[in-house]
Design a protein around this ligand. Structure first.
Ligand code: NAD
Length: 332
């Protein structure tokens, strides 16, 4: 078993710890939480030891890897510290807030010969795997354009001072919560972005950081992505790739928190639309187990570092574009 410490036991840490109980590959040895008293009941219920200090698990020889579920601006420094302590790292999204920081994180990972994995579990959804394989196979022809949407109204009940609603931790409104998953999938299809234009507005809620985000990404190797993320409308999850010989769309039936599966639709030139239903599948766990497989040398982690860098480079440009209301060139 691959022994990890889960760091940050809030919404997502509390989702991941019980999931890992089901795994035959990866085991939670400790949890790290600054508000240790606040998770005492949770730790008892799941029989895990709480340590309040991140440095304690970095110095613990039993811990082979860390799973970071902390606020966004802490990620880069925590990745670097963990890598320098020889620990493999699974980090929740976004890996970093700037290109310079993701390069710093990946340098520390590679200098210390450890593995980096990222919480983009949409890549592990069975219909997304099928859609991506179809696009890569060439059967749909040349990819032209992506249309994708990840919207929800979960944040409407958050306290106004929650870190997730701050301009520092979450620039461009919904971008770091949901838009980043769509950007990651788009980079998976088209590679490095060239230019972006992002517009964020506060149209339907009290969320002063913005609740309605529209993005146009233009990619170096051709193709666009039209990404939509809202925080003031009920859940929607959709990812579609339009190509010269056909198109493919994955639509979530429900919010991933209470999954009911997906619908995959394909259409080929001259043919009829085909619709395929997918039952719910444990994609968050699949991602974490892919991390364990990579750390223990069984298989490479499926998201290449070049795509991690391309995603954060485009993310930084989106932040700048939303702030300046202008088209921004993506650094490379
Ligand atoms: N992949 C997904 O679909 C998904 C879903 C939800 C959240 N997330 C990501 O998970 C991360 C956490 O989000 P959340 O919604 O769980 O936030 P949260 O505020 O609910 O939880 C964060 C927790 O981290 C703790 N914390 C803060 N600094 C710490 C530190 N230095 N050491 C230890 N604990 C610390 C806080 O006390 C809090 O309990 C974010 O990166 C977020 O984007 C990913």
């Amino acid at each position: 078993m691959f022994n990890v410490a889960v760091v940050g036991i809030g919404w997502w840490g509390k989702t991941i710890v019980p999931l890992l109980k089901q795994s035959k590959k990866i085991r939670v040895d400790k949890v790290v939480e600054v508000n240790a008293a606040g998770i005492a009941d949770f730790a008892r219920q799941h029989s895990v030891e709480i340590v309040p200090e991140f440095s304690a698990v970095l110095n613990d020889p039993k811990i082979q890897g860390v799973v970071l579920c902390t606020p966004h601006t802490q990620h880069t420094d925590q990745i670097v510290a963990a890598a320098n302590a020889g620990k493999h790292v699974f980090c929740e999204k976004p890996l970093s807030m700037t290109r310079a920081d993701v390069l710093r994180a990946i340098k520390a990972i590679n200098d210390n010969k450890v593995v980096l994995a990222v919480g983009h579990e949409k890549r592990f959804e069975p219909p997304v795997l099928e859609a991506m394989a179809l696009v890569k196979s060439g059967k749909l022809g040349t990819p032209l354009q992506i249309e994708a949407n990840f919207s929800q109204d979960k944040f409407l009940t958050l306290a106004a001072d929650n870190w997730r609603l701050s301009g520092k931790e979450a620039p461009a409104g919904p971008m770091t919560a949901t838009g980043i998953h769509l950007l990651d999938l788009s980079v998976g299809v088209f590679g490095e972005a060239d230019r972006v234009f992002a517009s964020v507005k506060q149209l339907g809620s009290q969320l002063v950081n913005g609740d309605t985000l529209a993005i146009l990404v233009s990619f170096k190797n051709g193709g666009h992505a039209l990404l939509s993320a809202m925080l003031a409308t009920p859940f929607e999850g959709r990812f579609a790739v339009y190509c010269t010989k056909g198109w493919v769309e994955v639509r979530d039936k429900t919010h991933p928190e209470a999954p009911e599966g997906w619908v995959l639709t394909t259409a080929f030139q001259g043919g009829k639309r085909e619709v395929k239903e997918f039952a719910p599948a444990p994609n968050v766990l699949a991602n974490l187990e892919a991390f364990a497989d990579a750390a223990e040398g069984r298989a490479p982690y499926p998201v290449p570092q070049s795509q991690m860098i391309a995603n954060i480079s485009a993310l930084e440009a989106i932040f700048k574009s939303a702030a300046t209301r202008s088209i921004v060139q993506v650094e490379s």
